[in-house]
Design a binder for this molecule. Structure first.
Ligand code: ARG
Length: 265
Protein backbone atom coordinates (compact mmCIF):
# COMPACT_ATOMS: atom_id res chain seq x y z
CA UNK A 1 0.00 0.00 0.00
CA UNK A 2 1.07 3.61 -0.50
CA UNK A 3 -0.04 6.43 1.84
CA UNK A 4 -2.21 9.14 0.22
CA UNK A 5 0.13 12.06 1.07
CA UNK A 6 0.01 13.38 -2.51
CA UNK A 7 -3.34 11.89 -3.52
CA UNK A 8 -5.76 14.21 -5.31
CA UNK A 9 -7.92 14.65 -8.39
CA UNK A 10 -5.46 16.39 -10.71
CA UNK A 11 -6.65 15.07 -14.08
CA UNK A 12 -9.62 13.16 -15.50
CA UNK A 13 -8.97 9.72 -16.99
CA UNK A 14 -12.19 7.96 -16.00
CA UNK A 15 -15.83 9.10 -15.67
CA UNK A 16 -15.63 9.37 -11.86
CA UNK A 17 -12.87 11.98 -11.79
CA UNK A 18 -13.75 15.67 -11.76
CA UNK A 19 -10.92 18.11 -11.05
CA UNK A 20 -13.45 20.75 -9.99
CA UNK A 21 -14.78 18.49 -7.22
CA UNK A 22 -11.40 17.40 -5.84
CA UNK A 23 -10.87 15.31 -2.73
CA UNK A 24 -10.46 16.14 0.95
CA UNK A 25 -6.91 15.48 2.15
CA UNK A 26 -7.73 14.90 5.80
CA UNK A 27 -10.61 12.60 4.96
CA UNK A 28 -8.55 10.57 2.49
CA UNK A 29 -5.81 10.10 5.09
CA UNK A 30 -8.37 8.93 7.65
CA UNK A 31 -10.07 6.51 5.23
CA UNK A 32 -6.75 5.05 4.13
CA UNK A 33 -5.63 4.68 7.76
CA UNK A 34 -8.87 2.93 8.64
CA UNK A 35 -8.26 0.43 5.83
CA UNK A 36 -4.74 -0.31 7.09
CA UNK A 37 -6.04 -0.76 10.64
CA UNK A 38 -8.83 -3.09 9.54
CA UNK A 39 -6.48 -5.19 7.38
CA UNK A 40 -4.05 -5.54 10.28
CA UNK A 41 -6.86 -6.42 12.64
CA UNK A 42 -7.79 -9.22 10.21
CA UNK A 43 -4.22 -10.54 10.33
CA UNK A 44 -2.76 -9.10 7.12
CA UNK A 45 0.82 -7.81 7.07
CA UNK A 46 1.13 -4.50 5.23
CA UNK A 47 4.18 -3.34 3.30
CA UNK A 48 4.19 0.39 2.57
CA UNK A 49 5.93 2.29 -0.18
CA UNK A 50 6.98 5.96 -0.19
CA UNK A 51 4.47 8.32 -1.77
CA UNK A 52 5.84 10.57 -4.53
CA UNK A 53 4.84 14.20 -5.08
CA UNK A 54 3.24 14.73 -8.49
CA UNK A 55 1.92 11.13 -8.72
CA UNK A 56 -1.56 11.40 -7.15
CA UNK A 57 -2.69 7.92 -8.25
CA UNK A 58 0.34 6.07 -6.83
CA UNK A 59 -1.95 5.30 -3.90
CA UNK A 60 -3.76 2.78 -6.16
CA UNK A 61 -1.19 0.02 -5.80
CA UNK A 62 -3.48 -2.58 -7.41
CA UNK A 63 -2.23 -0.98 -10.63
CA UNK A 64 1.45 -1.47 -9.78
CA UNK A 65 1.64 -4.77 -11.59
CA UNK A 66 0.76 -8.42 -11.17
CA UNK A 67 2.53 -10.55 -8.58
CA UNK A 68 2.95 -14.23 -9.35
CA UNK A 69 5.21 -16.09 -6.96
CA UNK A 70 8.48 -14.21 -7.07
CA UNK A 71 7.69 -12.51 -10.38
CA UNK A 72 6.45 -8.92 -10.58
CA UNK A 73 4.99 -8.10 -13.98
CA UNK A 74 5.20 -4.33 -14.01
CA UNK A 75 2.27 -2.28 -15.35
CA UNK A 76 2.52 -0.26 -18.57
CA UNK A 77 -0.01 2.51 -18.03
CA UNK A 78 -2.36 3.61 -20.80
CA UNK A 79 -2.36 7.32 -19.88
CA UNK A 80 0.75 9.45 -19.74
CA UNK A 81 -0.30 11.03 -16.43
CA UNK A 82 0.20 7.64 -14.72
CA UNK A 83 3.22 6.41 -16.69
CA UNK A 84 5.66 7.94 -14.18
CA UNK A 85 4.40 5.52 -11.53
CA UNK A 86 5.85 2.41 -13.18
CA UNK A 87 9.51 3.11 -12.30
CA UNK A 88 8.58 3.58 -8.62
CA UNK A 89 6.59 0.36 -8.50
CA UNK A 90 9.37 -1.51 -10.31
CA UNK A 91 12.02 -0.09 -7.93
CA UNK A 92 9.95 -1.08 -4.90
CA UNK A 93 9.43 -4.61 -6.19
CA UNK A 94 13.07 -5.12 -7.07
CA UNK A 95 14.21 -3.75 -3.67
CA UNK A 96 11.88 -6.28 -2.04
CA UNK A 97 13.32 -9.29 -3.82
CA UNK A 98 10.92 -9.69 -6.75
CA UNK A 99 12.09 -10.46 -10.25
CA UNK A 100 10.76 -7.46 -12.17
CA UNK A 101 9.54 -8.17 -15.70
CA UNK A 102 8.68 -5.37 -18.17
CA UNK A 103 6.55 -5.84 -21.28
CA UNK A 104 7.66 -4.93 -24.79
CA UNK A 105 7.06 -1.28 -25.82
CA UNK A 106 3.57 -0.42 -27.00
CA UNK A 107 1.73 -2.77 -24.64
CA UNK A 108 -0.78 -1.52 -22.07
CA UNK A 109 -1.34 -3.47 -18.88
CA UNK A 110 -2.64 -2.12 -15.56
CA UNK A 111 -1.68 -5.00 -13.30
CA UNK A 112 -3.96 -6.45 -10.65
CA UNK A 113 -6.53 -3.78 -11.54
CA UNK A 114 -7.28 -5.77 -14.70
CA UNK A 115 -5.86 -9.24 -14.05
CA UNK A 116 -7.32 -11.29 -11.22
CA UNK A 117 -6.84 -14.95 -10.36
CA UNK A 118 -9.91 -16.94 -9.38
CA UNK A 119 -8.46 -20.32 -8.51
CA UNK A 120 -5.70 -21.08 -11.04
CA UNK A 121 -7.28 -19.10 -13.88
CA UNK A 122 -6.43 -15.50 -14.67
CA UNK A 123 -9.51 -13.43 -15.48
CA UNK A 124 -8.44 -10.42 -17.50
CA UNK A 125 -10.36 -7.26 -18.38
CA UNK A 126 -9.44 -5.25 -21.46
CA UNK A 127 -10.41 -2.27 -23.59
CA UNK A 128 -10.30 0.90 -21.46
CA UNK A 129 -6.84 0.35 -19.91
CA UNK A 130 -5.21 -3.02 -20.60
CA UNK A 131 -5.02 -4.49 -24.12
CA UNK A 132 -6.07 -8.00 -24.93
CA UNK A 133 -2.63 -8.79 -26.39
CA UNK A 134 -0.99 -7.80 -23.08
CA UNK A 135 -3.05 -10.39 -21.28
CA UNK A 136 -1.96 -12.99 -23.83
CA UNK A 137 1.65 -11.95 -23.21
CA UNK A 138 1.14 -12.34 -19.44
CA UNK A 139 -0.41 -15.78 -19.89
CA UNK A 140 2.51 -16.96 -22.07
CA UNK A 141 5.11 -15.53 -19.68
CA UNK A 142 3.53 -17.11 -16.60
CA UNK A 143 2.25 -20.27 -18.26
CA UNK A 144 -1.27 -19.84 -16.91
CA UNK A 145 -4.70 -20.00 -18.46
CA UNK A 146 -6.08 -16.53 -19.18
CA UNK A 147 -9.68 -15.65 -19.95
CA UNK A 148 -9.84 -12.18 -21.51
CA UNK A 149 -13.13 -10.37 -21.06
CA UNK A 150 -14.15 -7.13 -22.67
CA UNK A 151 -15.30 -4.36 -20.34
CA UNK A 152 -18.16 -2.47 -21.97
CA UNK A 153 -19.09 0.32 -19.53
CA UNK A 154 -16.52 3.14 -19.07
CA UNK A 155 -17.50 3.51 -15.40
CA UNK A 156 -16.13 -0.02 -14.87
CA UNK A 157 -12.87 0.59 -16.72
CA UNK A 158 -10.78 -1.83 -14.63
CA UNK A 159 -11.83 -5.43 -14.02
CA UNK A 160 -11.51 -4.99 -10.25
CA UNK A 161 -14.33 -2.41 -10.31
CA UNK A 162 -16.84 -5.08 -11.39
CA UNK A 163 -15.36 -8.47 -10.44
CA UNK A 164 -13.94 -9.78 -7.17
CA UNK A 165 -12.75 -13.38 -6.67
CA UNK A 166 -13.56 -14.64 -3.16
CA UNK A 167 -12.33 -18.24 -3.35
CA UNK A 168 -11.91 -20.83 -6.12
CA UNK A 169 -15.27 -21.09 -7.85
CA UNK A 170 -16.70 -18.12 -5.99
CA UNK A 171 -16.72 -14.41 -6.92
CA UNK A 172 -18.71 -11.18 -6.90
CA UNK A 173 -19.52 -9.58 -10.27
CA UNK A 174 -21.61 -6.84 -11.80
CA UNK A 175 -23.19 -8.24 -15.01
CA UNK A 176 -23.73 -4.82 -16.62
CA UNK A 177 -19.99 -4.26 -16.97
CA UNK A 178 -19.58 -7.23 -19.37
CA UNK A 179 -20.99 -8.26 -22.71
CA UNK A 180 -22.96 -11.46 -23.17
CA UNK A 181 -19.80 -13.43 -23.95
CA UNK A 182 -18.03 -12.21 -20.80
CA UNK A 183 -21.06 -12.98 -18.66
CA UNK A 184 -21.28 -16.50 -20.10
CA UNK A 185 -17.56 -17.13 -19.46
CA UNK A 186 -17.99 -16.05 -15.84
CA UNK A 187 -21.12 -18.17 -15.39
CA UNK A 188 -19.49 -21.22 -16.98
CA UNK A 189 -16.28 -21.02 -15.02
CA UNK A 190 -17.40 -19.75 -11.61
CA UNK A 191 -20.24 -21.83 -10.12
CA UNK A 192 -20.88 -19.55 -7.17
CA UNK A 193 -21.26 -16.08 -8.70
CA UNK A 194 -22.69 -13.38 -6.47
CA UNK A 195 -24.36 -10.61 -8.42
CA UNK A 196 -23.99 -6.98 -7.31
CA UNK A 197 -27.06 -4.78 -7.89
CA UNK A 198 -26.49 -1.80 -10.25
CA UNK A 199 -26.72 0.83 -7.50
CA UNK A 200 -24.38 -1.12 -5.23
CA UNK A 201 -21.89 -1.73 -8.05
CA UNK A 202 -21.98 2.02 -8.72
CA UNK A 203 -20.85 2.61 -5.14
CA UNK A 204 -17.81 0.40 -5.79
CA UNK A 205 -18.97 -2.57 -3.73
CA UNK A 206 -17.26 -5.02 -6.14
CA UNK A 207 -13.93 -3.34 -5.41
CA UNK A 208 -13.39 -5.36 -2.23
CA UNK A 209 -10.33 -6.70 -0.39
CA UNK A 210 -10.62 -10.32 0.69
CA UNK A 211 -8.78 -11.62 3.76
CA UNK A 212 -9.85 -15.20 4.39
CA UNK A 213 -13.64 -15.07 4.83
CA UNK A 214 -13.64 -11.31 5.52
CA UNK A 215 -14.50 -8.88 2.74
CA UNK A 216 -13.66 -5.18 3.19
CA UNK A 217 -15.80 -2.98 0.98
CA UNK A 218 -17.39 0.45 0.70
CA UNK A 219 -20.14 1.11 3.19
CA UNK A 220 -23.82 0.86 2.17
CA UNK A 221 -23.96 -2.34 0.07
CA UNK A 222 -26.62 -4.04 2.17
CA UNK A 223 -27.84 -6.51 -0.45
CA UNK A 224 -24.30 -7.62 -1.20
CA UNK A 225 -23.55 -7.98 2.52
CA UNK A 226 -26.52 -10.36 2.82
CA UNK A 227 -25.44 -12.38 -0.22
CA UNK A 228 -21.91 -12.60 1.16
CA UNK A 229 -23.21 -13.88 4.47
CA UNK A 230 -25.19 -16.59 2.68
CA UNK A 231 -22.04 -17.64 0.84
CA UNK A 232 -20.10 -17.89 4.12
CA UNK A 233 -18.31 -14.53 4.03
CA UNK A 234 -18.52 -11.53 6.29
CA UNK A 235 -18.74 -7.95 4.95
CA UNK A 236 -16.59 -5.32 6.69
CA UNK A 237 -17.87 -1.94 5.51
CA UNK A 238 -15.64 1.13 5.62
CA UNK A 239 -15.80 4.63 4.12
CA UNK A 240 -13.97 5.22 0.80
CA UNK A 241 -15.70 8.38 -0.49
CA UNK A 242 -12.50 10.30 -1.28
CA UNK A 243 -10.99 7.51 -3.36
CA UNK A 244 -14.25 6.86 -5.19
CA UNK A 245 -13.94 10.45 -6.49
CA UNK A 246 -10.88 9.13 -8.31
CA UNK A 247 -12.58 5.95 -9.51
CA UNK A 248 -11.13 3.61 -6.89
CA UNK A 249 -12.02 2.01 -3.57
CA UNK A 250 -10.77 -0.63 -1.11
CA UNK A 251 -9.24 -3.15 -3.53
CA UNK A 252 -7.53 -0.53 -5.71
CA UNK A 253 -5.62 0.69 -2.66
CA UNK A 254 -3.96 -2.69 -2.19
CA UNK A 255 -1.85 -5.21 -4.05
CA UNK A 256 -1.63 -8.82 -2.86
CA UNK A 257 2.07 -9.64 -2.53
CA UNK A 258 1.63 -13.29 -1.70
CA UNK A 259 -0.70 -15.62 -3.54
CA UNK A 260 -4.09 -16.40 -2.09
CA UNK A 261 -3.80 -19.67 -0.14
CA UNK A 262 -5.73 -21.65 -2.75
CA UNK A 263 -3.36 -20.90 -5.58
CA UNK A 264 -0.41 -23.16 -6.25
CA UNK A 265 2.45 -22.04 -8.44
N1 ARG B 1 -7.68 7.44 -10.82
C1 ARG B 1 -7.18 6.13 -11.04
C2 ARG B 1 -7.20 5.81 -12.53
O1 ARG B 1 -8.09 6.24 -13.21
C3 ARG B 1 -7.97 5.12 -10.27
C4 ARG B 1 -7.41 3.73 -10.34
C5 ARG B 1 -8.25 2.71 -9.62
N2 ARG B 1 -7.61 1.45 -9.60
C6 ARG B 1 -8.17 0.26 -9.81
N3 ARG B 1 -7.45 -0.80 -9.66
N4 ARG B 1 -9.42 0.14 -10.19
O2 ARG B 1 -6.34 5.15 -13.07
Amino acid sequence: MCPPDYFGIEYEINPWMNVRVGSDTERSRRQWGDLVAELERLGATIEQMEPVRGLPDLVFTANAGLVYGNTFLCSEFRYEVRQGEAEHFAAWASAHGFEVVRMPPGYHFEGAGDALFCGETLFAGYRFRSDVRSHQWVADRLGVEVLPMELVDPRYYHLDTCFCPLAPGCAIYYPGAFDEYGRSVLRDRIPNLIEAAPEEAASFSCNAVVVGRSVILNRGALKLADALREAGFQAHPLEFSEFIKSGGSAKCLTLYLSQPPWQSI
